[in-house]
Structure formats: structure tokens, C-alpha cells
Design a protein around this ligand. Structure first.
Ligand SMILES: *[C@@H]1O[C@H](CO)[C@@H](O)[C@H](O)[C@H]1NC(C)=O
Length: 349
């Protein structure tokens, strides 16, 4: 029997299956949040990352359709729980149209914001951009993959005989961290490597390691993702689908990579990371937030507590504002004004 798209039965059927998740989402939206929430109106539905800019008392958010917004926060006295904040676009680069702005990190000593940029559909263009936090001037744009990426010398040095020029490797610049000297580390969620870019925007090297690649092919669909720089001189990185957590020692010549032994639960579907203190790490994702602690300098760690937020909005990043953790959610709701939620994570065991 033909299953016509236009038959009444089909329409009824489609209505029913779509009504279930919509009803679920509405009920989730109407539920009173149990923790503090900053709501803001936005020009777009998708906001991949949010970071608190302490000095300027604002959240900075990255646009999936390219660009950066700021959400100024007026403190307590004048704002009530119901206040809806407003997102203002501060970066919209015409030459990057068609690309997404993804992970961001505030590089405080150099007063700039670093932004991972990727063509998420084609995986053909990837870049790291830096913007001045006061003027929003673009300080550099470093192409990581895309046509004519490397100088001939760099190409000769980084050619992989099995894959030809790495320039053509399908990649996904997803998130970024910055070390004390201002070097940036950009995770590649597709090919499981890390690009290292110098303070001045010069591409320096790749960090590759067999440990970055999961044995099961499907676990590599979303690989290296959230990344943070630890003040003791190493990086902590998460592999989303496997849940593996890595420690990368930057003091060691070859950037030694170790798998952190994690007890007390899995970190699978972990996305953005943020350090709450040198011994406490927040993993945003599904569940919304997991609190991970280490007492031995991140050789081993334990999942000690969790936070369940509005799961239908998809938690993608965490940031710390005045000692409190806020979780960014990818999806905005509502039309024509899209309302986004930065939800305080209060962890419980
Ligand atoms: C991303 O930006 C680059 C650099 O300007 C451009 O060449 C490319 O076409 C853009 N990607 C898409 C999918 O539009």
C-alpha cells in the first residue's frame, strides 16, 4: 500500500509523533528552574559556547552561524529573577560567512578572545581567530585547514605519507584553550588532533597521539572536544564519544599524552570543560554537568557529583562566574525572539 504524504492518516500520524516531543519540550520549558538562570534574547537559535568575561561583567557567546555576542550583566540590586538580558553582536566577519564560531576562550593577559572557527557541514575550512576584547578588532585569523594552508616549508614538514598533505584532512576545529605564554590549542573533533598556534597567530605544530583515537569507529564521530589549560602547565582534554580524559604535559618536549584514570562514572558525551579550581573540573554535556576532582595532579580523577539541567536545550559549555558554574545551552526557544538560558549548575551526589 502506498504511504502517501498527503493522506489524512499520514498527517495525523506525523502530528502525533511530533506532538509528543513538543509536549515534552513545553513541559520542560514551563517547569520552574531549580537553580539561578540568566535568560537572554538573541538573534539566533544556536549558541555553542559561553564564557564569563569577569573584567567587563559580561558573558561572551559564540554564534553557530558565525560571530560573537556579548550579554552584559547588571549586578543583583537592579536585576530581578525575571529580567531577560539582551545579546548584542560584537563580531560578524563577512569573510567568514558560512562558517560557525564554536569554542571560545578569554586570553586575559593579552586582552583578547580566541575563537575556534569551522565549516561544520563540509569540514573543509578551519581557523583560529583572535579579537581585541576592548575594540573587537580582529588581531589574527589563522587558517588551520582550507585551500593553500601552509607555506611550502610547513607543508614539507607536516606531510603524512599515508594521507598526502594534511592540508586536505577532514577536520573540525571545535574548542580552544590558551596557555600562560599565549599559545593556543585547538581541538579537532573529526581527525582527533590538536593544532598549536603561537601568540602571534603562527601555526606551530600538531599534537597527535594514538590514545586520541577510539578503537570503535563510531566513537570517533565526535572526538577531541573540550580543552582547558591547567595553571601547572598541562592541558586537560575530553574525547566526547569515548568519554576519555587526557592530560597533556606541555613542559615535556613532545607534549606527552596520558590517559587520566577516571573513577566513579563515565564521562561519555562530555563536551565543554572548565576548571572550577586546580583540583575541580566541570564537564558540560549530557548529563548537563559533571564535577570531576583530582588530588594527584590529574593522573587520576573521580566523578564526584552531577547536575541535571534543561536537557532538551542541550548543554555544550561551562563557565565560572564569581565562583558559580553556569552551563551554556545550544538551543534557544521562541519566535521571533529566541530566548537562551545560562543555567547555574548546583552539583549533588
Ligand atoms: C568559510 O570561510 C572561508 C574563508 O573566508 C571561505 O573560503 C569558505 O568558503 C567559508 N565556508 C563556507 C562553508 O562558506
Amino acid at each position: 500500500m502506498a504511504f502517501s504524504i498527503c493522506s489524512t492518516k499520514t498527517i495525523l500520524f506525523l502530528f502525533l509523533i511530533s506532538a509528543v516531543p513538543i509536549a515534552f519540550i513545553i513541559s520542560m520549558e514551563l517547569a520552574k528552574p531549580l537553580t539561578h538562570v540568566y535568560h537572554y534574547h538573541s538573534s539566533g537559535f544556536f549558541r555553542e559556547c559561553a564564557k564569563w568575561d569577569d573584567l567587563n561583567r559580561r558573558f561572551l557567546v559564540s554564534f553557530m552561524d558565525g560571530g560573537i555576542g556579548e550579554i552584559a550583566v547588571e549586578d543583583q540590586s537592579s536585576s530581578s529573577e525575571e529580567t531577560i538580558l539582551k545579546e548584542v553582536t560584537v563580531v560578524k566577519d563577512a569573510d567568514l560567512t558560512g562558517n560557525s564560531s564554536l569554542g571560545i576562550v578569554v586570553d586575559r593577559p593579552r586582552n583578547r578572545l580566541l575563537v575556534a572557527i569551522s565549516d561544520i557541514m563540509g569540514n573543509k575550512y578551519n581557523a583560529l581567530a583572535a579579537y581585541d576584547l576592548s575594540t573587537w578588532d580582529r588581531l589574527f585569523l589563522t587558517k588551520l585547514t582550507g585551500p593553500d594552508n601552509f607555506t611550502p616549508l610547513a607543508r614539507a614538514c607536516h606531510r603524512d605519507p599515508r594521507k598526502g598533505s594534511l592540508n586536505n584532512e577532514k577536520s573540525f576545529a571545535d574548542d580552544v584553550a590558551v596557555d600562560a605564554e599565549g599559545n593556543a590549542y585547538v581541538t579537532d573533533a573529526k581527525a582527533n588532533k590538536i593544532w598549536k598556534v603561537g601568540t602571534d597567530g603562527k601555526f606551530l605544530s600538531f599534537i597527535r597521539n594514538p590514545l586520541f583515537i577510539a578503537k570503535e569507529w563510531y566513537k570517533n564521530l565526535v572526538g577531541l572536544n573540550g580543552i582547558v589549560y591547567h595553571p601547572d602547565g598541562f592541558l586537560i582534554v575530553i574525547h566526547t564519544f569515548s568519554g576519555n580524559l587526557y592530560k597533556i604535559d606541555l613542559a615535556k618536549e613532545d607534549h606527552e599524552v596520558k590517559l587520566i584514570k577516571v573513577h566513579g562514572g563515565s564521562l561519555a558525551f562530555g563536551d565543554g570543560l572548565e576548571l572550577l579550581s586546580p583540583t575541580k573540573l566541570v564537564v558540560a554535556g549530557n548529563p548537563s554537568g559533571r564535577l570531576v576532582e583530582s588530588s594527584d595532579g590529574w593522573e587520576t580523577a573521580s566523578v564526584v557529583a552531577k547536575f541535571k539541567g534543561p536537557a532538551h536545550r542541550l548543554a555544550t559549555a561551562a563557565t565560572v562566574k564569581d565562583g558559580r558554574v553556569y552551563i551554556n545551552h545550544l538551543l534557544g526557544m521562541g519566535y521571533p525572539k529566541k530566548k537562551h538560558a545560562l543555567v547555574e549548575a548546583v552539583f549533588s551526589t
